[in-house]
Write a protein that binds this ligand. Sequence first.
Ligand SMILES: Cc1cc(NC(=O)CCC(=O)O)nc(C)c1Br
Ligand SMILES: [Fe+3]
Length: 244
Amino acid sequence: PFSNTMNSYFMDPSDPSYEICQRVIRDMTQYGVCVINNFLGKERGHLVLNEVLEMYRSGIFTAGQLVSSPGSTEAQTIRSDRITWIDGKEPQCHHIGQLISQVDSIILKANKMSNNGKMGNYIINGRTKAMVACYPGSGSHYVKHVDNPNKDGRCITAIYYLNLDWDVKRCGGLLRVFPEGTNQVADIAPIFDRMLFFWSDRRNPHEVQPAYSTRYAITLWYFDSQEREEALRNFKRGQPSSSK
Ligand SMILES: Cc1cc(NC(=O)CCC(=O)O)nc(C)c1Br
Ligand SMILES: [Fe+3]
């Protein structure tokens, strides 16, 4: 439903352009999903990709999702995505760190710019670490799910894709979002230097279709201050958040 032709070349990382933030506000308000292509530009995109490849080669990625095949006799497991969490200050993650602070500044500026300082009625005051994910490409996928179904505080999912020459017909790995309230789906190819934002709650169930090439992505989840505070209060009281 949304046009994803926005390019963001030559953006000053410390002060994101007004029109990028306007675009995020408009698309998030109208569709709950926003795609920005050429987010860093080729050069910086490659610097981030090289750091991710180096991390992957160094073997610090853990097996993300261990799914023991149901009813299997031996404890056979089917690994799908492999992940590692970073804060971006690690010495070998300098450019990933720059990407993270660029996304931070866009989200925070957009949050301030949107009407009375709230984008989607959220006040964003923090985020998770960055999750670097790799789908090894042997048909690995991610089943349809909601990132934040039970008010754990996460309001925006931000995903940066790193995959050069990605052709969905050949490589699969499509992210399919099923925006609530419409039978229209949003198919998003995980192409190099593409930035994606979407509301993390039940408005955006999504799946990753089987990938047949190695598929890399960096994900950040931004917190709404009020919902996060409430979730932590519940957590301390030993209550599961709102409903399990
Ligand atoms: C670990 C974890 C990963 C994801 N990733 C995606 O949905 C994939 C998006 C993409 O790569 O296109 N989501 C959740 C709720 C958890 Br938890
Ligand atoms: Fe997800």
